[in-house]
Design a protein around this ligand. Structure first.
Ligand code: SF4
Length: 247
């Protein structure tokens, strides 16, 4: 394993989904197909939602603006936490885990709340794993954390005129659910470092995990041996038909 290998939260979530996907990101990234337009649109939407969330913290500070090197982002984060202001994209590393919080919000004299912003309308299990890695990393790096929240789209909000960020979002305290996942993090990071260090790609068969929780970027590579019409397409066609009939 390269000495500088670190596992960002997006790679950690990839690793939870599939060892093979994780291995490709670190050992053969060029072989992963480029992001298609549909997935890029989802990323762009997430970015727009994130910008609306920042408006709720008008005195917030951008940590990574104009900085590309991840070590410099960490150094800048350590510097800015002294200001006790909301921080956007503050980054910390611990135990080879690397995480950047959408929003780190100061509470009282020395504590912080983590706020993760999502463009979905509800909390998903994968969001809790995301926050668990953030908690593990920030607390390991020395931050005194109080709670973590997931800020998602409020599906009751009806826009009238300009978007009102206060009404656009619903915020849920997910601290207890995230704490339940914390004991797994150290073991998961160790397992992922072992996968990354393997000389050969792990042999992982295709299955439901290829689209759960995300459509995997390697699908067209791993699934290419299947004929165009196969049991899986039949399964999905039946499922779609059932859905349409019920609806
Ligand atoms: S397509 Fe499936 S088997 Fe292949 S890397 Fe992705 S999740 Fe793993």
């Amino acid at each position: 394993m390269k000495t500088q290998t670190f596992i960002s939260k997006s790679k950690y979530l990839n690793g939870l989904q599939c060892d093979k996907l994780l291995w490709y990101y670190y050992n053969a990234k060029d072989e992963i197909p480029e992001t298609d337009a549909a997935k890029q649109a989802i990323f762009d939407q997430g970015h727009i939602v994130g910008e609306f969330a920042k408006k709720l913290f008008p005195d917030g500070l951008e940590v990574a603006e104009g900085i590309v090197d991840f070590k410099q982002v960490i150094e800048h984060s350590m510097e800015l936490i002294k200001h006790r202001k909301p921080l956007f994209e503050a980054a910390f590393m611990f135990d080879n885990g690397y995480a950047r919080a959408d929003i780190l919000n100061p509470v009282g004299k020395k504590q912080w709340d983590i706020i993760e912003v999502k463009s979905s309308t509800q909390v998903k299990d994968i969001n809790l794993h995301d926050l668990a890695l953030q908690w593990y990393t920030y607390s390991g790096a020395g931050l005194d954390l109080r709670k973590c929240h997931l800020m998602h789209i409020n599906n009751q909000y009806v826009r009238s005129g300009d978007v009102d960020p206060k009404q656009l979002f619903a915020t849920e305290d997910v601290t207890e659910r995230v704490m339940e996942l914390l004991p797994e993090i150290k073991k998961n990071l160790k397992g992922m470092r072992d996968v990354i260090a393997q000389k050969k790609v792990p042999n992982v068969p295709i299955g439901p995990h290829c689209s759960d929780p995300y459509d995997c970027a390697m699908t067209e590579v791993c699934w290419k041996f299947l004929p165009e019409h196969n049991p899986t397409t039949l399964y999905y066609a039946k499922a779609a038909m059932k859905f349409l009939l019920i609806e």
